[in-house]
Ligand binder design. Structure first.
Ligand code: ADP
Ligand code: MG
Length: 656
């Protein structure tokens, strides 16, 4: 409660102060800056969705500012319509264009995505320039502000309108980003594969996020056009894009406050460059801050020397350069570049990221309390298990070029059992899992669950069909907390439609999700670390957490790919205990495991693979004595009983 009061109080105060300024200071210049601040605030909140939450370098936001501006301008000048339709058209156009751009572009990752958005920005700048009959080309487009209810807004009134839009966007986005939507955005940034495997749908969330961010860009563009009354294509070019990126990273990613701080920087930058003394003072301050932060990092051993030194040098160049260059405006591109570099290297969390921890300590803002865990029986109802065939692999094949990783494999997993899948390294175990779970498309054969064919080649659809899995190489959502990792995957909890989520009316289901996720964390013994980021957990805890996350899917079949790999002995024991608990709830498990003692202790049935083929099947004891198994593991036929088992190249150790 205290936390909520503090956070909401800070927001209310900020908006009240911003709103009250025109009443106190009747300065048209300041008013202009404040109006721009509100507009850029909306623009950066939109950009932060892709840059911060999706973690993609998005270079198209400036294009959406321009397109939104022109859309609003044309609706007013050509169609003679009012402000409402103009802003609506600007937002809708960019929402749609953003969605369309996202469809192909978001199949791309990293640099390719950045280049795709850059191409879009270049294309839209050219279009605005060349479609002269529509946009006026380089001549520009003049827009007279249309009246609202027969009344032309005064400057302060227009500012309040922009501020009201910013407040609205702020509120809606706060609700959205704190919901399952925001978690999904972050999850897919950290691991798109796991996001799909948890039935969350990477692609639809990426497209939604990008469309949303672009729509906000369009709204900002509409307000920008109304504010300036004049548009020119060159206002939406490459240089402005750099400024926007600077705003987001300097302000602080994944933060509404960060967007506001970033927007102030963008608004103040031109003034900074036009006043030489101010520029020198500012870069001197920046250099001193970089030095202090760098030294602090070095003493605390949180930064490496390069990370500490590079921003100091970059800001130092600005200070020294400031003395030699009389007109800093001519150098603005280089200056922005140096500033961007310093921030990216020296202050990766941005100003707000830096300040939040500090403020939280200063004001002793308590963490929001967590609810009591739900009853495990309601989160993970016990399955009736009758031993009937649950999963059937029917002549399954998967080839990689000439490598037959899975070669005509047939096997049946019975409901309620723990079915071991063992074999030397490279025998195709992980490939089987990847084919069943939809990461790979089979080269031939079928997979049946409950007698029904599973979808092929779609992690998302297989997850929805009731299969959950963990990964041999951990695929956690590192930046999310343990609790959030489980919450992302929870099935059957999030039912509120988007409008209710936006209005903040989905809180009850959020609480329920927290309680359910806590119950699962309790099951694996991580309840006390619910708030720790997944990347900060111990390796063992991370392995346990992946199981809890998979259980949130309430699966019929759980596939564990080497859940004990790399674990220290006590952790192996705890892992066995966890798997037993899961099994007691009637969940069928496929267990890939290297430690034969673990297999013997847990498994009801074992299938042994070698070279993608089944070489033995049976109970753990039967399998252990099977001649082919001994041969596969030891590389020689079992002549005498004295053959000493050994591990080479990581092959599974067999007990003597
Ligand atoms: P295991 O999990 O039993 O150690 P894998 O299923 O990982 O074995 O690998 C089986 C074989 O398939 C190996 O020869 C491996 O090199 C090959 N393989 C697995 N995944 C791929 C891939 N994505 N591309 C090419 N070859 C692969
Ligand atoms: Mg493997």
């Amino acid at each position: 409660m205290r936390r909520l009061l503090f956070l909401r109080g800070a927001e209310l105060l900020a908006f009240a102060v911003l709103g009250a300024i025109p009443l106190l200071v009747l300065n048209e210049y300041a008013l202009g800056l404040l109006t721009l601040l509100s507009i850029y605030g909306i623009l950066l909140i939109g950009l932060d969705v892709t840059v911060g939450y999706l973690g993609q370098v998005n270079l198209a936001q400036i294009a959406f500012l321009g397109l939104g501006g022109y859309a609003a301008g044309l609706v007013i000048t050509r169609l003679g319509m009012g402000m409402g339709p103009a802003l609506l058209a600007a937002t809708a156009l960019c929402l749609v264009l953003g969605g369309l751009l996202a469809l192909p572009a978001l199949r791309l990752e990293g640099p390719q995505f950045a280049l795709a958005t850059l191409s879009f920005a270049a294309l839209s700048a050219t279009a605005l320039n060349e479609l002269e009959s529509l946009t006026g080309g380089a001549q520009g487009l003049s827009i007279a502000q249309p009246p609202i209810f027969g009344h032309i807004l005064t400057k302060p009134q227009f500012y309040w309108l922009c501020l009201a839009f910013l407040a609205l966007v702020w509120m809606l986005m706060r609700n959205l980003l704190a919901s399952q939507w925001g978690r999904a955005f972050e999850a897919l940034r950290d691991s798109p594969i796991a996001t799909d495997a948890m039935g969350v749908g990477t692609y639809r969330h990426k497209v939604a996020a990008f469309a949303l961010g672009s729509g906000l860009g369009g709204l900002a563009g509409g307000l920008y056009a109304l504010n300036l009354g004049y548009l020119q294509p060159q206002s939406f070019g490459y240089e402005q894009m750099i400024t926007l990126l600077l705003g987001v990273v300097l302000g602080g990613r994944k933060s509404l406050w960060g967007a506001l701080v970033g927007a102030s920087v963008i608004v103040l930058l031109p003034n900074l460059l036009s006043k030489h003394d101010l520029f020198l003072a500012f870069s001197g301050l920046g250099c001193a801050m970089a030095l202090a932060a760098g030294l602090r990092g070095l003493v605390k051993k949180t930064t490496r020397p390069f990370q500490a030194l590079a921003p100091v040098v970059a800001m130092g160049i600005l200070v020294v350069g400031g003395f030699f260059v009389p007109n800093t405006e001519d150098w603005r591109k280089a200056i922005f570049a140096l500033m961007l570099f310093s921030v990216v290297v020296g202050l990766p969390e941005g100003l707000m990221g830096f300040l939040t921890g500090f403020l939280a300590k200063l004001f002793r803002v308590p963490e929001a309390p967590l609810p009591e865990p739900s009853d495990l029986n309601s989160v993970l109802p016990t399955h009736p298990a009758d031993g009937s065939p649950l999963l059937v692999l029917d002549h399954l094949k998967r080839y990689f070029g000439g490598v037959k990783a899975v070669d005509d494999l047939s096997m049946t997993v019975c409901s309620g059992s723990i079915h071991g899948l063992i074999g030397p390294n490279g025998s195709g175990k992980s490939t089987v899992v990847n084919v069943i779970s939809g990461l790979y498309t089979p080269s031939g054969g079928r997979v049946l669950l409950h007698g029904q064919e599973l979808p092929q080649g779609s992690l998302f659809r297989v997850a929805r069909a009731g299969v959950a899995r963990t990964f041999q190489n951990l695929q956690l959502f590192g930046e999310l907390t343990a609790l959030e990792n489980v919450m992302v995957a929870l099935k059957d909890v999030y039912r509120s439609p988007l409008p209710l989520v936006l209005l903040g009316l989905a809180r009850p289901e959020e609480r329920r999700a927290q309680a359910d996720a806590l119950a699962l964390l309790e099951l694996i013994g991580l309840k006390d670390q619910a708030r720790a980021k997944a990347k900060d957990l111990t390796y063992g805890a991370q392995r346990f957490l992946e199981i809890a996350r998979a259980l949130a899917r309430k699966p019929d079949l759980l596939i564990l790919d080497e859940p004990a790999a790399g674990l220290a002995h006590p952790d192996v024991l705890q892992q066995i205990e966890i798997i037993k608990r899961v099994h007691q709830r009637g969940i069928t498990i496929i267990l890939i495991e290297h430690h034969m003692d673990v297999v013997s202790e847990l498994c009801d049935a074992v299938t042994v693979l070698d070279g993608g083929k089944v070489i033995a099947e049976g109970t753990p004891d039967e399998v252990k004595r099977h001649p082919k198994v001994v041969e596969a593991y030891l590389g020689q036929p079992p002549e005498t009983d004295s053959a000493t088992p050994h591990t080479d190249g990581g092959a599974a150790p067999l007990p003597a």
